[in-house]
Design a protein around this ligand. Structure first.
Ligand code: NAG
Ligand code: NAG
Length: 206
């Protein structure tokens, strides 16, 4: 299988798994391939369109395309999805940071990693609060909700940035530090994308 047919297959499987109407799942038919191809085109248009306003578009498309089936053109669903994927990556880096306790090289690195751990715990907290609000958006509290979300997502972005600052020093270049820097940078880009999608939501309204 080439990569586009793998994607077609994955999307189609997902569709069949999600589709409550069994008629699509039964009756394999020569025209199914065409249907799958146009479905993929449609969903890839949704995700590209949603990601077009983000700064890290390739990362956005790569991480958010599985949500296209559900989110379609709904900005609030895209914002929610982007916070959800940021949470997943933040949990990953926290696991790494916990493991790195033992592998730290020297005092400075230990301090930088421990600061980073605290920052990412804080960031995760902000992201969870954001997700909770995105789950119960309502028109009456919309302005206030948008303002809370902007505060928390910016706080999360600042935490990630501060963690990276802690590794600026040239002496901190162990393999653990390099790995953490890479992951922290990715989290920062994901948060930046989430903030862009939030801004779109604030602008579009519910
Ligand atoms: C395949 O599907 C098309 C339209 O979806 C239909 O017209 C055709 O009769 C079907 N063929 C078979 C063999 O089921
Ligand atoms: C978008 O999805 C939310 C649920 O997440 C729903 O309440 C809202 O009505 C949807 N908006 C549109 C325009 O469909």
């Amino acid at each position: 299988m080439n990569s586009s047919s793998i994607i077609t297959f994955a999307l189609l499987s997902l569709l069949l798994a999600l589709n409550p109407n069994p008629s699509l799942a039964s009756g394999r038919n020569d025209t199914d391939d065409d249907t799958a191809a146009s479905t993929v085109t449609r969903y890839s248009r949704y995700v590209k369109n949603a990601c077009s306003i983000t700064q890290y578009q390739r990362l956005c498309v790569r991480t958010l395309w599985p949500f296209a089936i559900v989110a379609k053109d709904n900005t609030s669903k895209w914002a929610r999805a982007s916070v959800a994927v940021t949470i997943t990556d933040t949990k990953q880096i926290l696991r790494l940071l916990l493991k790195s306790r033992r592998s730290a090289v020297g005092k400075r690195e230990r301090v930088a990693l421990s600061d980073c751990r605290e920052l990412f715990v804080d960031s995760l907290d902000s992201l969870y609060k954001s997700l909770a609000v995105l789950r119960k958006l309502d028109a009456d509290d919309f302005q206030e909700q948008m303002s809370d979300l902007a505060t928390w997502l910016s706080a999360s972005l600042t935490d990630e940035d501060t963690c990276l600052d802690g590794f600026e020093e040239a002496s901190l270049r162990s393999s653990t530090v390099r790995k953490i820097r890479r992951k922290a940078t990715k989290c920062m880009h994901l948060s930046s994308n989430a903030l862009a999608l939030l801004n779109k939501l604030a602008y579009d309204g519910l």
